[in-house]
Design a protein around this ligand. Structure first.
Ligand code: IVH
Length: 669
């Protein structure tokens, strides 16, 4: 393909991608599937790799990440990022209103109310319509520029399409993980046997600071904007600013309202107290702003916050009840989760009997004693939490709760790995909830998809001694299933059919189903496509595993150890014999060329035109192979800036060709 041809294709693809993005994010509609959308992005990304000089600064491929940032540059805010004064009571809000009236010398004024989104504040700078900086609040004076991560937020315009936008402006808003994205992320954590995250805001904050923007992109951060700043805005009111940024393509939550006076503000606050729970993200209050910008200026700021705005915080619904005991749940990976058993109490529409306590650290932090009265709170999350102990009601005779030392299910002594908060039961093969949990994981929709089988049935099958491992499912006979409670002819037939149908589930899903720690759905897909069969995968040593995309030390080690285990080997052989798919039917996308066929590369250092992952993709797309370490068999070491001296020395000693980024590009020609 010639450069002009590529340029034309790139433009067409960008138009198409932007059209579908707009449709999805601005109008809530779709015309193509996620898969088709990803394919458009993939095609664009390939072309940009081949013709790096044609990559546009606002290319939608930036949404998928690909940047590693070691240290985020610290940037001084052009306008300091202040916080808001908080209030919890209507009286204080009325006092605020009185102060405002006084400050405005009796002039009429209006309020503009918005919900207070519970996320991480961000300041976005645009120059000539292009997003150039995304700065965290930091200490209010200077924050970190996390632009690569910000660009993964799909609802944010990388380039403003409207004409007449100021040459420079700044918008501020809140980056958040929606309740749905947070739930999905935690499900993925469970899938790979990792600890789940406790709350969406902290997770959003941590995500924004991740070094690898590809990881960030997967987590699907989102953003609402609520503040326009800049010298040449020509707006008279906050309302106009909000309408303007909406017009420019920014996502603004449609929950705002202009209010004539403080009574209308109080009504707004009331009207959202319950309704806010139905919103897609967590909110913790209402922000009340003076609408007129000149009046905002007149009221000015204190050292910490504006006098023209205040945050009214909803009281989290909280109630005190007796802690009757602590029970412990054991999960699929053996991780132990303590649960507070509470005297049933009515809270925010439901009766609460139990609350999660997360881990031993949390119990120690709360200094819990069985018999204490504890405060229980229900945030937006479904699971209530214990927030503190009501010390005024503590009976001094109570002793601090002791964490269990042995598994409540099988009696095995618990272990706790260094730097991990959870205790584990190491009795993988003999502990009931771990065994049942593994089978539940195996049959789930994303895995073997046997929907005629549920957790209760699995527990029965286990208790009757019929199923101890996933492979046992494939030996089940009609008469076995008929023994189960509630199973008749038809349900038995359904179950057997479901098990039979799972034999055609693709290798990718089977690999996820077998539950290797740290191998989630995406990693399973990459491994299956890279190694193509279980034979290749199980024979791979850690070095080879590291060469697969998405695989780091932790995953490589876990996969290697899994296949070394004799019991796992027997289980795989049985599953294979039962007829499960152990070979990938995935067809490699066509190569861009074969110029690097048979050549192997190691990439080291940082590059001017490429991210490292991009370079890897280019090599593979042109038929080459990427290795992780230098050996005598290696053809090329592609050396970037700051390459480790050890690699260079080794390559020199072994007579491996060391080439620059430019020399690498020449190989492609
Ligand atoms: S306006 C000068 N509007 O709350 C302050 N802030 O406690 C301008 N927040 O740092 C902020 N929702 O991170 C504003 N609708 C909203 C908001 C909001 C959430 C956060 C923001 C700010 C903090 C202040």
């Amino acid at each position: 393909m010639t450069s002009p041809e590529a340029k034309k294709q790139i433009h067409e693809l960008i138009d198409k991608i932007n059209y579908h993005s707009d449709l999805y994010y601005q109008k809530n509609k779709t015309e193509i599937s996620d898969f088709e959308f990803d394919q458009l992005l993939e095609k664009l990304s390939q072309l940009e790799k081949e013709f790096p000089e044609l990559k546009l600064p606002d290319s939608p491929t930036q949404r998928v990440g690909g940047t590693i940032t070691k240290d985020f540059p610290s940037v001084v805010h052009q306008y300091p990022m202040l916080s808001l004064a908080n209030t919890y009571s209507p009286e204080e809000l009325k006092d605020f209103d009185t102060r405002v009236a006084k400050g405005l010398d009796g002039e009429p004024y209006e309020y503009f109310c918005e919900l207070k989104f519970d996320g991480v504040s961000i300041s976005l700078k645009y120059e000539n319509g292009i997003l150039i900086k995304g700065i965290t609040r930091g200490d209010g004076v200077r924050g970190d520029d996390v632009i690569a991560n910000v660009k993964t937020i799909r609802s944010l315009p990388l380039k403003i399409k409207s004409k007449n936008v100021p040459a420079q402006f700044e918008v501020r808003g809140e980056v958040f993980l929606s309740k749905e994205a947070f739930k999905k992320l935690n499900k993925e954590q469970e899938d790979i046997g990792e600890e789940t995250y406790a709350n969406a805001r902290n997770t959003a904050s941590g995500t924004l600071k991740m070094q690898d923007s590809t990881e960030v992109a997967k987590r699907k951060l989102d953003c609402y904007l609520y503040y326009l700043l800049g010298e040449e805005n020509n707006t008279q009111t906050h309302e106009e600013s909000i309408k303007k940024i909406e017009l420019w393509g920014f996502q603004v939550s449609q929950t705002y309202k202009k209010c004539k006076n403080i009574d209308e503000v109080l009504k707004y606050i009331d009207s959202w107290e319950k309704k806010r729970n139905e919103l897609p993200l967590e909110t913790d209050g209402v922000v009340v702003k003076i609408n007129n910008l000149r009046q905002q200026e007149q009221l000015g700021f204190t050292a910490k916050s504006p006098r023209w705005a205040i945050a009214y915080k909803y009281k989290a619904e909280s109630i005190s009840t007796r802690l009757n005991g602590i029970t412990y749940q054991v999960g699929r990976t053996g991780a132990v989760t303590p649960v507070a058993e509470l005297e049933p109490v009515f809270l925010a529409g439901t009766t609460v009997k139990r609350a999660s306590l997360h881990n031993a650290n949390e119990i120690a932090r709360l200094d819990l004693r069985i018999g204490d009265f504890v405060f229980v709170e229900k945030g937006g999350e479904i699971i209530p939490k214990v927030t503190s102990v009501d010390l005024s009601r503590r009976d001094e005779k109570l002793k601090p709760a002791q964490y269990i030392t042995h598994c409540p299910e099988c009696g095995t002594k618990l272990i706790r790995h260094e730097e991990e908060a959870n205790h584990y039961c190491p009795n993988e093969k003999g502990c009931r909830p771990q065994i049942i949990g593994r089978i539940v994981h195996f049959i789930q929709r994303k895995a073997m998809d046997i929907d005629s089988l549920g957790e209760r049935t699995i527990a029965q099958l286990y208790d009757l001694g019929l199923v101890k491992t996933p492979a046992d499912l494939y030996d089940l006979k009609k008469e076995d299933i008929m023994r189960l409670e509630g199973f008749k002819e038809l349900s038995t037939k359904n179950l057997l059919q479901g098990i039979e149908a799972s034999k055609s589930v693709p290798f990718e899903a089977v690999l996820f189903a077998i539950g290797i720690r740290f191998v989630g759905k995406t990693v399973a897909e990459k491994l299956a496509r890279y190694f193509k069969s279980i034979e290749n995968l199980s024979a791979a040593h850690a070095e080879q595993l590291l060469e697969a995309p998405e695989v780091g030390e932790k995953i490589a080690q876990s996969v290697f150890v899994f296949f070394q285990d004799k019991g796992n080997q027997r289980e795989m052989a049985r599953l294979k014999k039962a007829g499960l798919q152990f070979e990938s039917s995935f067809k490699e996308p066509e190569k861009l060329s074969h110029v690097l066929q048979g050549k192997s590369f190691v990439i080291s250092g940082t590059f001017q035109n490429y991210e490292r992952d991009q370079l890897k993709d280019i090599i593979v797309a042109h038929g080459g192979k990427v290795l992780s370490s230098v050996s005598g068999k290696l053809d090329y070491l592609v050396a970037g800036d700051n390459m480790g001296p050890a690699k260079r020395e080794k390559a020199e000693k072994l007579n491996v060709k060391i080439i620059s980024e430019q020399a690498f590009e020449a190989l492609l020609k």
